[in-house]
Design a protein around this ligand. Structure first.
Ligand code: ACO
Length: 408
């Protein structure tokens, strides 16, 4: 309905396409989605197969370099990411994190930390270097490793700060042989039980990339202006912070808490159908079928709940809510199904994370996709500054500007 094309001149076609719902803004070979079938593939590998057989670092390697690593490549990649040159957090960046009130939401703190990282990395920042440093393959590779290697210690440092814990940006016990999730749990100082580490590894893998979602498109949009990688990533975190994107995991949990019990589901769904609320964790711009990631997360959720010992009461509410929505004509006719956020918040809660921290875990995972898209975009021969047009609906004028005393 809203899509309209206007031939302004014989040579210029402009399309009004709110939310870019029909616009192919970028070219990419990283991730493909068939929304009608509910398929997600990274470089041709189905997400189900990656979830069963690959680690988060395997997937990062695949997203960045185009192939799954051999064992030797994986070891080299892991060592490069965990090396102090990539993962040690500069004292000035730590000071920025510490300057925030402990009561801060962690996402703005993470944005500031990434921004500060760009400010203290002159050799990896074109604006500070006064030259396009990313034209040099070695500098570009260093920037990638710095961003990806810093993300886990930064996210852990932000967690410790807002949790009121002593600052710790790199735990001494972080060996080269740990998986990404194991090492991250150590950095947090959290319970690194194998069930938790495996669940976190899987959740990170499932959230690593999802083609031109709002935050990835934001990273590309910022990159188109020539800004440094770290500023672009800070912008990606800002986009992810929104309740319709990465904030949805937190939103699902708060919604389940508000509903509280199975008996109150019909009342809640009536409000959703009356457009007074949204059913968080449902619906997706691309999927018009079950999000394949939601299925995998639902299975892992039960392993985590079993480890915690007591069944989380909100699980019963979530399962009943999902069933009720799937059987309801309102959701069926709009092809609204659970997305990956519907169950992930419950898993994070069972692992002991506060809802405000859920989007940080999402950012940690999605940083892999952001960096891979940044790298791909820099090599795109079609790259131009992203500068959309507008449908102007104001007064064209020209109007006279009256002196200040004569204005009404
Ligand atoms: N609850 C209730 N109604 C919904 C929902 C929902 N979660 N999602 C979509 N709808 C309705 C819309 O109101 C609209 O109804 P209408 O035809 O009567 O006007 C119809 O379904 C189509 O929805 P759109 O808003 O056009 O879908 P869009 O592609 O623009 O939005 C989005 C997608 C933002 C994900 C939306 O489904 C939503 O807000 N979901 C809840 C938030 C959420 O879970 N976000 C996480 C997304 S996944 C991720 O970021 C990892």
């Amino acid at each position: 309905g809203v899509l309209s094309a206007t031939a302004l001149t014989p040579h210029k076609l402009r399309v009004y396409d709110p939310g870019y719902a029909h616009t192919l803004a970028y070219t990419s070979a990283i991730t493909s989605i068939d929304g009608a079938a509910g398929h997600l593939r990274h470089r041709g590998y189905p997400i189900e197969s990656l979830a069963a057989n690959a680690s988060y670092l395997d997937l990062l390697h695949l997203l960045l370099y185009g192939s799954l690593p051999t064992r030797a490549q994986l070891t080299r990649f892991r060592r490069a990411l965990y090396a102090p040159s990539a993962s040690l957090v500069h004292a000035d960046v730590r000071a920025v994190v510490s300057a925030f009130p402990r009561s801060s939401h962690p996402m703005p703190v993470l944005m500031a930390a990434l921004s500060a990282l760009g400010a203290v990395s002159p050799a990896l920042n074109p604006s500070l270097a006064g030259a396009n440093v990313y034209a040099c393959p070695r500098a570009r590779a260093r920037a990638q490793l710095k961003a990806l290697g810093s993300m886990a210690p930064l996210c852990a440092g932000v967690f410790r700060h807002v949790s009121g814990l002593a600052p710790a940006f790199l735990a001494p016990a972080c060996g080269d042989d740990l998986t990404f999730a194991e090492r991250f749990l150590h950095l947090l100082g959290a319970d690194a039980h194998p069930v938790f580490a495996r669940a976190l590894e899987l959740l990170l893998l499932l959230h690593a990339d999802h083609e031109q979602n709002c935050s990835t498109a934001t990273v590309r949009q910022l990159t188109s202006s020539g800004v440094d990688l770290f500023s672009a990533l800070s912008g990606g975190v800002a986009a992810l912070y929104g309740p319709l994107h990465g904030g949805a995991t937190e939103g699902v949990l708060r919604m389940l808490q508000r509903i509280g019990s199975v008996e109150r589901i019909p009342q809640f769904l009536a409000r959703v159908k009356g457009k007074q609320e949204k059913l968080m964790g449902f619906g997706h711009r691309v999927y018009r079928n079950y999000d394949p990631r939601a299925r995998i997360i639902r299975d892992v959720a039960h392993q985590v709940f079993a480890r915690v010992g007591s069944e989380e009461p909100l699980v019963e509410v979530a399962v009943a809510l999902e069933r009720a929505a799937l059987e309801d004509e309102f959701f069926a006719s709009r092809k609204l199904f659970p997305n990956c956020d519907f169950y992930s918040g419950l898993v994070y809660k069972a692992m002991g994370f506060e809802p405000g921290y859920f989007p940080v875990l999402f950012a940690l995972a999605r940083c892999g996709g952001w960096v891979a898209h940044w790298n791909e975009f820099l090599d795109d021969p079609d790259r131009r500054i992203a500068r959309p047009h507008q449908r102007f609906v104001g007064e064209v004028g020209p109007r006279e500007v009256p002196p200040v005393d004569e204005r009404e």
